[in-house]
Design a binder for this molecule. Structure first.
Ligand code: FAD
Length: 498
């Protein structure tokens, strides 16, 4: 009989692990606490418009590029429809009102920025040479085996993004522009390792697309495939305990009291949540518990989901990272008076070719401490002071949007909001953290989360293993599935798929 694997959480990591393992003959049961599967792949409809919660745009998805190869292996290509962002301006970095466009492709990227900074062409080339050197030599991210890791200059792993960018140019404005996409990884000055910046820059620079109709199609497609291979995906199935005997995990208990027994277990949740589910088993040492409890997490966010009046706002096929004229690395260190120092503005892609946008999101950093006082309240019943808090923050963010895009307020039909509590509720991520555990180049081992645990048949997956984002999580899932199947074997399967 096939070995049975129970997966806790149906985020992207859980679904991709489920797909790979089902394809390799395992019996899969995915247990999801929410009514809708997918974690950050969930979408929702407000005021008649559909919104993304966590995958607004994706990269490296043209024929032959890494995400395209993974999509082919995961049978996603027939289901996922894409709309390209502007090849000459997939991202726009706005510093103090001045716009800088990021173009796809290494040469275009350098040449376009050199238009604004003609004296800096050689430095821009040096910048991109290093980005390429890092990404080409991070083997898993180019779907090669670990054996080639020795080609990577290990100094890159211990260098911070900010230190690297400062070493590239003394030009303050160019430093701001090159750092301006840091909300994509919750970058922290002096801490976020250079390889994270490099992977994300390169990922979107190769090609950048939005998913037409919403990224929930990825969850639906993977679930359809998992079910077709005999697997089970259950919603409203919250795991409340992982039960162990003296040597290994034996089952999980659901909120309903039901027990699901299996041969192997994979958690697709924040490592702190995994430890909570394990209770006081002595299979997990105190030193590990303390290390995970001490890990710092990336910041959370406050989002305004905007529904436009019909056919009033032209569809914007760039993402705009608005920063004030201060230091972009300071955007996490706001005060009540200076919130928000930066925000990301993106249109939702509801159609493959409509010239108008139906909806948009404006996402600003927000620390969990701002909403901590409501953390023990229930969704929808947090009280009028919470509603007032959200209204004030939304008006502040929309006011800034109006300043940057005069007249846009007249075209807004309705809006809704989410706070760090929303992400905590929906995904269980610690303190609503956007991208999970914060990687620190000064303490790489302390912030590392392994796919293995001390419990021999319990593994972890999701954005805290490897890296966040669609590619980071898919590669992490490949590493987790590789624990049972052999990573080289999984890579060979991806290569065989084309
Ligand atoms: C605001 C925002 C914008 C983003 N934008 C992008 C983007 O444009 N492009 C990109 O590539 N990435 C983006 N990301 C990152 C990306 O969304 C995430 O890295 C990725 O989706 C995380 O996947 P995951 O597998 O770790 O699981 P998660 O999405 O965190 O899902 C975990 C799942 O586990 C379930 N769960 C938790 N506890 C239990 C339990 N006890 N029992 C059962 N189920 C449980 C949760 O309900 C959830 O469904 C964004 C993230 C955020 C927050």
């Amino acid at each position: 009989m096939n070995k049975h694997i129970a997966i806790v959480g149906s985020g992207l990591g859980g679904l991709v692990c489920g797909y790979i393992l089902a394809k390799n003959g395992y019996r899969i049961t995915i247990l999801e606490k929410n009514p809708q599967p997918g974690g950050c792949l969930q979408t929702f409809v407000r005021h008649g418009a559909k919104f993304e919660t966590g995958i607004h745009y994706i990269g490296s998805v043209e024929e032959g590029q890494v995400l395209h190869r993974l999509f082919r292996y995961l049978s996603l290509l027939p289901d996922v429809k894409l709309r390209s962002l502007d090849k000459m301006a997939y991202d726009t970095i706005s510093i103090g009102g001045k716009h800088f466009l990021c173009a796809n492709g290494r040469e275009n990227f350098v040449e376009q920025l050199a238009q604004y900074f003609p004296q800096e062409r050689a430095n821009l080339q040096r910048y991109y040479n290093t980005i390429a050197d890092i990404t080409e030599n991070l083997p898993l991210h180019s779907l090669r085996t670990q054996a080639s890791l020795d080609k990577l200059n290990l100094a890159y792993l211990q260098t911070s993004t900010s230190e690297f960018i400062e070493s590239i140019t003394p030009n303050h404005l160019l430093r701001q522009v090159l750092s301006g996409n840091l909300p994509l990884y919750g970058g922290v000055y002096g801490k976020t390792p250079l390889y994270i910046h490099a992977l994300i820059r390169d990922f979107y620079n190769k090609s950048a697309y939005r998913i037409v109709g919403g990224s929930d199609v990825i969850a639906r497609s993977l679930i359809k495939s998992i079910r077709a291979m005999g697997g089970e995906v259950r919603t409203l199935a919250q795991v409340t305990k992982i039960c162990c005997d003296s040597a290994k995990a034996v089952g999980v208990t659901l909120q309903s009291g039901e027990e699901v027994r299996a041969d192997y277990f994979i958690t697709n949740i924040h490592p702190l949540r995994t430890i909570e589910l394990l209770g006081d088993t002595n299979l997990i040492r105190k030193a590990y518990r303390d290390r995970v409890a001490g890990m710092k997490n990336t910041i959370s966010n406050f989002t305004v989901y905007i529904k436009f009046k019909k056919n009033t706002v032209p569809y914007l096929n760039t993402n705009i990272f608005y920063h004030d004229s201060g230091d972009v690395w300071e955007c996490e260190n706001y005060t009540q008076d200076s919130w928000h120092k930066s925000f990301l503005y993106m249109h939702v892609c509801s159609s493959a070719d409509s010239p108008f946008a139906e909806a948009a999101v404006a996402i600003a950093y927000m620390r969990f401490d701002e909403v901590e006082r409501w953390k023990n309240t229930q969704r929808g019943q947090r009280g009028s002071d919470y509603e007032e808090f959200k209204r004030r923050k939304a008006e502040c963010l929309l006011g800034e949007l109006e300043k940057q895009n005069p007249g846009i307020m007249n075209n807004i039909e309705a809006y809704s909001t989410s706070t760090p509590l929303t992400y905590l509720d929906y995904t269980g991520t610690e303190r609503g953290s956007m991208y999970g555990v914060l990687h620190d180049c000064n303490q790489p081992l302390l912030s590392a989360v392994s796919q293995r645990t001390k419990i021999p048949n319990l593994y972890q997956t999701g954005q805290n293993i490897n890296l966040h984002g669609i590619l980071g999580v898919m590669i992490g899932a490949l590493m987790t599935a590789g624990e049972l199947l052999g990573t080289d074997n999984v890579l060979a399967q991806v290569a065989k798929a084309g």
